[in-house]
Design a binder for this molecule. Structure first.
Ligand code: DNO
Length: 359
C-alpha cells in the first residue's frame, strides 16, 4: 500500500514543504479546488498543479475529487452537458498525469468522487473538546435534527459547493421529491457515461461513501453499506468502476464490518481512507485518533485484511484531531494526520512481517 496525504493547495496552512517531512510520504491527493462543480478543468491548470507538487519533491497520485454537479445527481435537464464537462476534466487529468502516475509506478491514476446530494461530509460539531484537550469532528443526530441548513448553521470547509440561500432552498425542495431509487438510476446514468471513458484513459474512478451513511435533512443517501457497493459495482462491471474504502464513513454504522468489506471488495478498491471513529450512540459519533484503541474500529485488522487480500494501492490517513494548539481546516491539520500516517505505516510493516512469517 502506498501512503498519500491530502493537500488543499494555497489556502491550506499545511504546506507541501511540511508534508514532505512525514516519513514514508511521497504521494499527494489534490484537486483544483477553486473550480466549481460542473466546470471543466483546463489542462494547463492541471499541469500547473502537477508542476508545483513535483517541484516540492512529491508525486500527485490521486484526484480527490472531480465533483459531480447536482444536475447529474438529480437528473436535471443539463445533466448531459455537466457529464461532458466532467469527462473533459478527466481527459485533462489523463493528458497531464498520463495513464500511470508520474513516478512511473504501476498504479493507475485514481479519480475519487461522491454521489451525496447537496451536502458532502457533514458534522454537528467541528471542534468537540475531548478529555485530553484535543478537538475533534463529531456528529450527533439530535443536534443535526434541529439544524436548519437554510440558516447557514451548517457549513463545512471541505464542501466544494456553497449555495446561496435561495439556491439551497430550491435544491432542498427538489431533493425532497426524489427518492433513493431515482438517485440510483441517476448514478447508473452517470457511470454508464463516464466509466468507459475513464477505462479507456487508463485511470480508475473510486466512489467515496456517504458520510455519514444515512439520509440527512430528508435527502436520500445511498452509498452506505456492502449491499450498496455490490449494486454500484454491478452497474458497470469494469475495474475502472471502483471504490474508495473510507473506514470512518462506513465505520459509524456498527453493522458495517470493515474487515469483511476490505476482503470482499479488495479487487475493486482503488483508494483507501483510514481513520478511526468512536460510536457514541445511535447515529452519533466522534472522530478519534487513528490508533485502534482510541475508537470503535480495529484499524490493525482492517489494514491486515486489505494487504492479505492483495490491495497494494494508495491510502491516506483521513481526518485528524486538532492537537498541540494547531488551528486550521477542520479534519485536515498537520499533526494528528502525520501521527496517523506513522501509525498506519507501522501497521503496514507489521502486517507484512506477520504475513511473511505465516506463509
Ligand atoms: C472528507 C472527505 C470527503 C471526500 C469526498 C470525495 O474529508 O473524505 O470530502 O473528499 O466526499 O468526493
Amino acid at each position: 500500500m502506498v501512503l498519500t496525504f491530502r493537500w488543499y493547495d494555497e489556502p491550506d496552512p499545511v504546506g507541501l514543504d511540511r508534508i514532505r517531512q512525514i516519513p514514508g510520504l511521497s504521494g499527494i491527493v489534490a484537486a483544483l479546488y477553486d473550480l466549481k462543480p460542473g466546470e471543466a478543468w483546463p489542462e494547463y491548470r492541471v499541469a500547473a498543479l502537477r508542476a508545483r507538487i513535483e517541484a516540492a519533491g512529491l508525486d500527485w497520485r490521486v484526484i480527490e475529487s472531480i465533483p459531480v454537479h447536482e444536475e447529474i445527481k438529480y437528473g436535471g435537464p443539463e445533466r448531459d452537458a455537466r457529464i461532458e464537462a466532467w469527462i473533459d476534466s478527466a481527459r485533462s487529468v489523463a493528458k497531464v498525469l498520463g495513464p500511470r502516475s508520474p513516478s512511473g509506478s504501476e498504479e493507475p491514476v485514481v479519480i475519487t468522487y461522491n454521489f451525496m446530494p447537496v451536502f458532502d461530509w457533514t458534522r454537528s460539531d467541528l471542534g468537540k473538546l475531548l478529555p485530553d484537550g484535543s478537538k475533534a469532528l463529531a456528529y450527533e443526530e439530535e443536534v443535526v435534527a434541529k439544524m436548519d441548513p437554510l440558516e447557514g448553521e451548517l457549513e463545512l470547509p471541505g464542501w466544494l459547493a456553497h449555495y446561496s440561500r435561495s439556491d439551497l432552498y430550491r435544491l432542498l425542495q427538489r431533493w425532497r421529491e426524489i427518492g433513493p431509487e431515482e438517485l440510483w438510476s441517476n448514478i447508473a446514468y452517470f457511470l454508464r457515461a463516464v466509466v468507459p471513458v475513464v477505462e479507456e484513459l487508463g485511470m480508475r474512478l473510486a466512489i467515496h461513501p456517504d458520510d455519514p451513511p444515512w439520509p440527512i435533512f430528508g435527502i436520500p443517501r445511498i452509498i452506505t453499506d456492502s449491499t450498496a457497493l455490490r449494486r454500484l459495482l454491478s452497474i458497470v462491471d469494469s475495474r475502472a468502476n471502483s471504490i474508495c474504502l473510507c473506514s470512518g464513513s462506513f465505520g459509524v454504522l456498527a453493522s458495517n464490518d470493515l474487515v469483511a468489506m476490505a476482503e470482499e471488495f479488495s479487487d475493486r478498491i482503488s483508494f483507501v481512507h483510514l481513520r478511526n471513529v468512536k460510536i457514541t450512540g445511535p447515529r452519533s459519533f466522534q472522530e478519534s485518533a487513528h490508533w485502534s484503541s482510541s475508537g470503535s474500529l480495529d484499524m490493525a485488522a482492517i489494514v491486515r485484511a486489505l494487504i492479505a487480500s492483495g490491495y497494494s494501492g494508495p491510502f491516506r490517513p483521513d481526518h485528524g484531531r486538532m492537537i498541540w494548539g494547531e488551528e486550521g481546516r477542520p479534519g485536515y491539520g498537520l499533526h494528528d494526520r502525520a501521527l496517523g500516517a506513522q501509525y498506519l505505516l507501522g501497521l503496514v510493516d507489521a502486517t507484512r512481517l506477520s504475513l511473511r512469517s505465516t506463509s
